[in-house]
Design a protein around this ligand. Sequence first.
Ligand code: SF4
Ligand code: SF3
Length: 550
Amino acid sequence: MFCVQCEQTIRTPAANGCSYAQGMCGKTAETSDLQDLLIATLQGLSAWADKARTYDLIDHDIDHFAPRAFFSTLTNVNFDSLRIVGYAREAIAKREALKAACLAIDPRASLDHPLADLQLVSDDLGTLQQQAASFAPNRDKALIGDNILGLRLLCLYGLKGAAAYMEHAHVLGQYDNALYATYHRIMAWLGTWPADMDALLACAMEIGQMNFSVMRILDSGETNTYGHPTPTQVNVKAVAGKCILISGHDLKDLYNLLQQTEGTGVNVYTHGEMLPAHGYPELRKFKHLVGNYGSGWQNQQVEFARFPGPIVMTSNCIIDPMVGAYDARIWTRSIVGWPGVKHLEGDDFTAVIQQAQQLNGFPYSEIEHLITVGFGRQTLTGAADTLIDLVSREKLRHVFLVGGCDGSRSERSYFTDFATQVPHDCLILTLACGKYRFNKLDFGDIEGLPRLIDAGQCNDAYSAIILAVTLAEKLGCGVNDLPLSLVLSWFEQKAIVILLTLLSLGVTNIVTGPTAPAFLTPDLLAVLNEKFGLRQVTTVAQDMQQLLSA
Ligand code: SF4
Ligand code: SF3
């Protein structure tokens, strides 16, 4: 096994990346290797989808499937080897159907791509694992060197993050054939094992730009379906009664669950990246959406163990439910999987609701603790004039975007310390699950404007970008000239693609942490620093001073 895609990857002097029997996340070598094989089949599928477009053949089913299946290989999404192999078989079947369709139009249609005809050699997982060795991401490292490998992985992992957002958008009926075309072209190209540094850097920027469009259509899907988020108070304490917890990014699953639990006496709580749902008018209208439970994904083995009802995982991040012995109470959806855990297909949550009714629920209500969420794109851009006025009257000095993914490394206390040490005349804009490090603290306000502004999920980085662009337009300056600094925590591949998006838009001087991606070499980090001013966190005091004086 070789996997180096997330921040918690194993880093020892002997090994850079998870390369033993099991990754830090709990992914086994078997599943990891089979995911490499799946990616290779998806690259072959994309090569044919790209070719088919030259015959004006666009198959929506394939366009939807390809990024969705790729999403299953994202950190903390799918640990079920059998389902991974199932996706690989489906990719091959779809590829063959597409090839046949091309041949029906042009009997001489052919494709010069190393993965164009890839077949699985066996039904046996052990044999497939042996086959997968040829597709390990580091297979030709000795030949190409660490820098090229690092850039390839930057592209592959960035595209994986974008694929995840494509799937989130598709769930809400949003897709764009031009984006699928770009996705297939890049995915197919990465399957040719490119080794040109400039081409790979350009590809990374193209992925970032593509993802900006993906986040835009995802934003449209969410706001057209559930309305524009507005500031909303959310109780983060338990309410007496039967309960279901729903986690992940999929608002449609939450909507369906709320509809089906209405009138049943079962309360619904959001967890993790589902917290921003409370800001959407069409979701908060359900009175039994009573609050938010728990914190960042890395605490789930303790928090889920204590939750007295079923838990639904709609997307990342799931970790081993056996540890907290709640495996019989957790349900996976969509591309999420854990061996032995019940997987819900379709939109019928009856089985989950029945389980909630059989379980104890919370025996009593705790004293309310309210936090505010819901600063979506429209609310943020609507506040642009207020922000400009506060700055002009010297009431507001600086805005810090402090957000991103959470994780379990102790160094991540940096982000709590940073937020709490932001001076009182500055605002903190936050998003994604990294906010749980500080979102229950009281930061007060500046002339009625809360000092902590929660913009939403990780993909709502789109809203923060639109706010920055709006402010820059109104002030007649560039985004990099604003009194705005980005201090981003990263963990998985969605964070990587958001970073690529920001870089591709020309945003400079971003500070990231808690550690640099293990796949980026010192040379590559130096290139990113030179081109974009991207740098690692140091100490809170030093970074704060440097960012305020920039
Ligand atoms: Fe290791 Fe992260 Fe890959 Fe899991 S996802 S195997 S922790 S690098
Ligand atoms: Fe968190 Fe897993 Fe990335 Fe959408 S839920 S941000 S880590």
